[in-house]
Design a protein around this ligand. Structure first.
Ligand SMILES: Cc1cc2nc3c(=O)[nH]c(=O)nc-3n(C[C@H](O)[C@H](O)[C@H](O)COP(=O)(O)OP(=O)(O)OC[C@H]3O[C@@H](n4cnc5c(N)ncnc54)[C@H](O)[C@@H]3O)c2cc1C
Length: 433
């Protein structure tokens, strides 16, 4: 009968349950099954890996070839926690696993590793097939509502599936529900509240790698303008706290693009603390102030008869010229040669420090990752098992880990997934074998 569980039915007594079919959950399930455990993967969406399928602008930046120390530095002080997971399952191991399932990879600029031929959705499908071939039962359209536990250990999950609500028992539970960003992919952050209910400390979740909102109408007037090879720095009360070099873009609300995302985690934390940080764009990072001044003088000598508004075209994108004139107080109708030394200094300073006061940040809908999550000191980095609730394992973005762009976040999900899967698989095989 449909929905009825027979004694031989694996659902009757699943050994390891994995919640979440993202990169962490898929690898956790696959590696738990390799240990001979019975494994069920529960995914609430119609298929696993929906977020994986939109990563890297559809190209899926799966990992980064940076040496371990450099790799870990991209997670800030939290990176230390990942050392053992990355030793167990390194970027090289990931590429070998991918090669074995027909996903050849290439290393590109900045050590970023991409599939050579496949798009991101195909990577998600291949991984799902690999998991199924490994004997994992993948149960989609199945939403976990909560975790059940005794005082001693985790005992199962409450689910809502196609046959209604029920409780599924398990010997080990791997929670890989991700963060709260891009909720339309299924990552809505409820895993964190189950962890709080089980007694875990959850560091408040907040958007990271997220566009930032700026004061006034400057950004809106520049909407669509993309700047390459600029150095953007983050300032608080006259002190520079971080900087990044690369590309950025203006939007109707503020700024986005790789350098802005890189600085966003620090900026978000400052804004949440009630601070008023500011971004400064160095539009001429290749020239220090002295060299830039010499360049301006030379240009004035050669083209001093040009109107300032036209003369600036050699220095700036057209849409930035009115902003520059307003900020520096220059009269665009005067000749460049009429500029005073003081005005030239103002112009130089604006080109090096174009200020954009920050007023806010965008929400989880636009955040690439979620900062915050289950506190790392409550998780064993060798097994990903909870130090508070035996039988409970955590993997991926639900942990308090967030890195820069570049493939680091996916590798963290894959590596913690492998470690959790192996440890849970070994534990249940031993206890029931
Ligand atoms: C647009 C975008 C681009 C990105 N590009 C890159 C990139 O190129 N490189 C990189 O390294 N990182 C990238 N990231 C980040 C990366 O995708 C995440 O860090 C990674 O997916 C986290 O993996 P995870 O398995 O922990 O969680 P997720 O991928 O979020 O998966 C969690 C899964 O759990 C399921 N789930 C949640 N709650 C329940 C529940 N109650 N019951 C059942 N199932 C549930 C969800 O449906 C989801 O499938 C990108 C993120 C975004 C949003």
């Amino acid at each position: 009968m449909k929905g009825k569980r027979e004694p031989g039915d694996r659902r009757a007594n699943p050994r390891v349950i994995v919640i979440g079919g993202g990169p962490a959950g898929l690898l956790a399930a696959g590696y738990a099954a390799r240990q001979g455990a019975e494994v069920v993967l529960l995914e609430k969406m119609h298929k696993p890996g929906l977020k994986l399928g939109i990563t890297g602008k559809g190209r899926c930046n799966v990992t980064n070839a940076a040496p371990l120390r450099e790799f870990l530095a991209h997670f800030g002080t939290q990176g230390r926690f990942l050392r053992q997971a990355l030793n167990r399952f390194s970027p090289q191991d990931l590429q070998e696993l991918f090669a074995s399932i027909g996903i050849a990879t290439v290393v590109e600029r900045g050590g970023r590793v991409f599939p050579e031929h496949l798009r991101a959705p195909a990577v998600a499908s291949r991984l799902t097939e690999w998991v199924k071939k490994g004997g994992v039962r993948v149960q989609t359209h199945t939403e976990v509502l909560g975790v059940t536990a005794t005082r001693d250990r985790v005992t199962g999950v409450r689910i809502r599936g196609e046959q209604g609500e029920s409780v599924w028992p398990c010997h080990a539970l791997i929670v890989a529900t991700g963060g709260a960003s891009y909720p339309q992919t299924g990552s809505t952050g409820e895993g964190a509240s189950w962890m709080t209910a089980l007694g875990h400390t959850v560091v408040p979740c907040r958007p990271a790698l997220v566009p930032l909102e700026t004061a006034g109408d400057t950004a809106a007037r520049l909407q669509g303008l993309s700047l390459r090879n600029v150095e953007v720095s983050l300032w608080l009360r006259g002190k520079k706290t971080a900087q990044a070099f690369g590309e950025m873009v203006f939007t109707h609300f503020g700024v986005s693009g790789p350098v802005v995302l890189e600085l966003s985690q620090q900026a978000v934390d400052l804004l949440r603390n009630g601070e008023c940080p500011e971004l400064c764009i160095d539009l001429k990072p290749a020239l220090d102030e002295t060299k830039l001044d010499a360049r301006l003088l030379r240009d004035i000598q050669h083209k001093g008869k040009k109107q300032i508004a036209n003369w600036l075209r050699d220095l700036l994108p057209t849409s930035l010229i009115p902003i520059c004139l307003e900020a520096t107080g220059l009269d665009g109708s005067l000749q460049a040669g009429q500029m005073t030394a003081r005005q030239r200094r103002n112009l130089k300073m604006w080109l090096k420090y174009f200020p954009l006061p920050l007023t806010g940040y965008r929400g989880f809908e636009e955040a690439i990752v979620t900062a915050g999550g289950v506190a790392l000191q409550e998780v064993d980095p060798r097994t990903m098992q909870s130090k508070l609730v035996p039988g409970l394992y955590l993997a991926g973005e639900i942990l308090d880990l967030a890195a820069d762009t570049g493939g680091y976040n996916l590798q963290a999900a894959f590596s913690t997934g492998v470690v959790a899967g192996e440890a849970a698989g070994i534990a249940v095989s031993r206890s029931t074998g």
